[in-house]
Design a protein around this ligand. Structure first.
Ligand SMILES: [Zn+2]
Ligand SMILES: [Zn+2]
Ligand SMILES: [Zn+2]
Length: 272
């Protein structure tokens, strides 16, 4: 991969239960198609030298083994719900390899909740190797990470404010059922949008698939992948019914995006 490429890996495309759902005998949960087997929602951004993880799903260890991820240089948190957070302790394995602390980014509210829920991690205990080494970095606006510009995108998750993130030609907006106008303005000219599209039936904190398709049209990315999918979604059966620019994400999916535009953007920001 050349340095001018951003590689995106869908680590998990599933809703909070994962698919198959424990104890469920439906056709999707019993399907042998790997695109119907979904770990909890997460993604990896790589510029070839650094790996930026979005959320620490409870399946993080399994995802890292499956994709042979050997380093994590930073984590972007969308919000503090358990399906996006509870793999946090598995970051310890990456600390042990790198001997470095991992910076975590998110809204002040999200990071406050993480500090509260996982107090043992931040208590300064003298137990080297047994507790992940993590630092908290609240963000409210654009910031620079390994020469990439990261743009937090405020979105609405049924009344709970959460973040999506933009990095150059890529944006990741999971767990939302509303995107304010001010955030839509940050989503122009995307090559790839990953967007919440939970299921066909309506839901009070997630876009359902018809709403997600409508939002994908408004945002107008060259390609949109729906994620956070429930066991209502049968990939081989339902994907052909989607518009040409929209598809379902699946675990292990990899996409390479050119970085030219962002390099220019970053350069402009760095000018005095
Ligand atoms: Zn979720
Ligand atoms: Zn099922
Ligand atoms: Zn959520």
């Amino acid at each position: 991969m050349t340095p001018a490429t951003l590689e995106i890996t869908i680590l998990g495309s599933g809703t909070s239960t994962g698919v198959p759902v424990v104890g469920c005998d439906c056709a999707v949960c019993r399907s042998s198609d790997p695109r119907n087997q979904r770990t909890r929602c997460s993604a990896l951004i790589s510029d070839g030298r650094h790996n930026i993880l979005i959320d620490t799903a409870p399946d993080l260890r399994q995802q890292a083994l499956r994709e042979d991820i050997r380093r994590i240089d930073a984590v972007l948190y969308t919000h503090s719900h358990a399906d996006h957070l509870h793999g946090i302790d598995d970051l310890r394995g990456f600390n042990l390899r790198s001997k470095k602390s991992i910076p975590l980014y998110g809204s002040p509210q999200t990071l406050g909740r993480i500090r509260h829920n996982f107090g043992y991690i931040f208590a300064g205990l003298d137990t080297p190797g047994y507790v992940p080494r993590l630092s908290l970095h609240p963000v409210a606006t654009n910031f620079s990470l390994f020469n990439l510009t990261i743009v937090p995108i405020p979105i609405d998750h049924g009344g709970m404010p959460t973040y999506g993130y933009r990095c150059g030609p890529f944006a990741y907006l999971t767990d939302c059922n509303g995107i304010p106008e001010s955030s839509l303005a940050l989503l122009d000219n995307l090559d790839l949008l990953v967007l919440d599209g939970l299921r066909f039936k309506p839901h009070n904190t997630h876009f359902n698939i018809p709403q997600a398709i409508q939002m994908a049209e408004i945002i107008g990315a060259r390609q949109t992948l729906l994620t956070h999918l429930s066991h209502e979604v049968d990939h081989p059966r339902h994907a052909p019914q989607l518009p040409a620019e929209v598809d379902f994400a699946y675990d292990g999916q990899r996409l390479a995006l050119p970085l030219h535009q962002m390099a220019e953007e970053t350069l402009l920001r760095q000018l005095p």
